[in-house]
Design a protein around this ligand. Structure first.
Ligand code: HEM
Length: 410
């Protein structure tokens, strides 16, 4: 039964921006299977978040239209919104067998070999970015580094010219359209912008795939076109949908992982000193600890595919569950001193920030590689780096956690 002392969870609660972990701890300790007034369940313990994500028999994505109508009401025209229509076709939002087919084709193109082969290029891009800012002594590390690195890496992989003049508009369009992932009703203005901006992305990637079909290259875009061969290839619309998802997922979350890491180091300067003293030894552990301590994707959600139970609480078929990744990552049942940032932590990799089960992040190895190189090179080349932690500029939105700017000196 729901503990009435814990206030109803709402992702709109303004206090969640500055520090979501106070509310998360209260839910996790006092009401681990919480019923929000918004009509869905909220789970927060590590074991339960993981359990829901791993359990493909009882939990999945369910009926997309019904899930969105939960936020807007029964009459809402979900598929009439270009942003939601796109989201309904993203393989993350789908259940087997469609999910299995598209995911298989994407992982067949985004292979571990292709990711490993990127390391020298990622090092080169990282060092060039540091070269471009090192002499300035100060600046905004979100715009000049945290975003630039994954955007350039994704451009490189997909075969997009990083100097393409349409790129700034494409990057803005990702931020303004990915708001459709949020578990709430958007305002009319937000929805109108998301609908327009998805159109901008579709136009951009349609041209890219037309070009690759005409003239194949040695890049991920071409590998996606060729995946599955003549028998089972992705259709043109599927290619465009997948590319928007990969491009957006490939830089938003990774950029915020770098920014959130730098913020965490400035709150725990002894940890920065440890990394500076031995960057190569600590860089990989740093990435997992950043993902655990201040995840850039703080939650995801599932739908009960049939009546089931969590900790004895019955969940009816069709009910929605918000899985608080950020709360599970700070669960003291799994992590000692969970609120300290410790890059030598031996079980940091048990964080939930890449999800789990059949939707486990397909970009996890790429994100880890980018993070490892970024933290290693920053600690080596800018050891005196200090960021302003007084009032971090957290971006709007709940699911994606990251800053819009991060002023720093070095
Ligand atoms: C720090 C960086 C990243 C974080 C924290 C992250 C987090 C996640 C999480 C939690 C999921 C599972 C969502 C769910 O089960 O509902 C996921 C799935 C996914 N991620 Fe990532 N991700 C990151 C980087 C990337 C990158 C670099 C790419 C692409 C190159 C990527 C592409 C995807 C895709 C396509 C899925 C859907 C997989 C499926 O449904 O089978 N992600 N990611």
């Amino acid at each position: 039964m729901t503990d009435v002392r814990v206030p109803s969870f709402s992702p709109d609660d303004a206090s969640l921006k500055a520090d979501p972990y106070i509310a998360f701890a209260r839910l996790r300790e006092e009401d681990p299977i919480h019923r929000s007034d918004l009509g869905y369940w909220v789970v927060s313990r590590h074991e339960d978040v993981r359990g829901v994500l791993m359990n493909r028999d009882d939990f999945g994505q369910g009926d997309f239209v019904e899930n969105i109508r939960l936020f807007y009401g029964r009459d809402f025209d979900v598929m009439g919104q270009r942003g939601y229509k796109w989201l309904s076709e993203v393989f993350l939002m789908q259940d087997p067998p469609h999910h299995t087919r598209v995911r298989g084709l994407v992982t067949g193109a985004l292979t571990a070999k292709r990711v490993r082969a990127m390391e020298p290029r990622i090092r080169e891009i990282t060092d060039r970015l540091i070269d471009s800012l090192a002499g300035d002594g100060r600046g905004d590390l979100i715009a000049r580094f945290a975003y630039e690195l994954p955007v350039r890496v994704m451009c490189d992989m997909l075969g997009i010219d990083p100097e393409d003049e349409r790129l700034p508009a494409v990057i803005d369009a990702i931020a303004q359209s990915f708001i459709v992932f949020e578990a709430r009703a958007l305002t009319d203005a937000e929805l109108a912008t998301a609908n327009t901006q998805i159109g901008v992305l579709q136009d951009f990637f349609e041209v890219l795939f037309d070009e690759r079909k005409a003239v194949p290259q040695d890049d991920l875009a071409t590998a996606l076109v060729q995946a599955g061969g003549a028998e089972d290839a992705l259709s043109h619309d599927e290619l465009v949908t997948v590319a928007i998802g990969l491009f957006g997922a490939g830089f938003e979350t990774t950029a915020h992982m770098i920014g959130n890491g730098l913020l965490s180091f400035s709150r725990f300067p002894d940890q920065w000193q440890s990394l500076v003293a031995n960057p190569a030894a600590f860089a990989a552990g740093t990435v997992d600890e950043v993902l655990r301590y201040e995840s850039s994707l703080i939650a995801t959600y599932r739908t009960a595919l049939r009546a089931t139970q969590i900790r004895g609480q019955t969940i009816a078929k069709g009910e929605k569950i918000l899985t608080l990744i950020g709360a599970g990552n700070r669960d003291p049942r799994m992590f000692d001193n969970p609120d300290s940032f410790d890059i030598g932590r031996d079980n940091a990799a048990r964080h939930l920030s890449f999800g789990g089960g059949i939707h486990f992040c397909v970009g996890a190895e790429l994100a880890r590689l980018e993070g490892r190189v970024a933290f290693e090179r920053l600690a080596t080349r800018l050891p005196g780096l200090k960021v302003d932690t007084e009032a971090p500029a957290w971006r709007d939105g709940f699911l994606f956690r990251g800053m819009s700017t991060l002023p720093a000196r070095w």
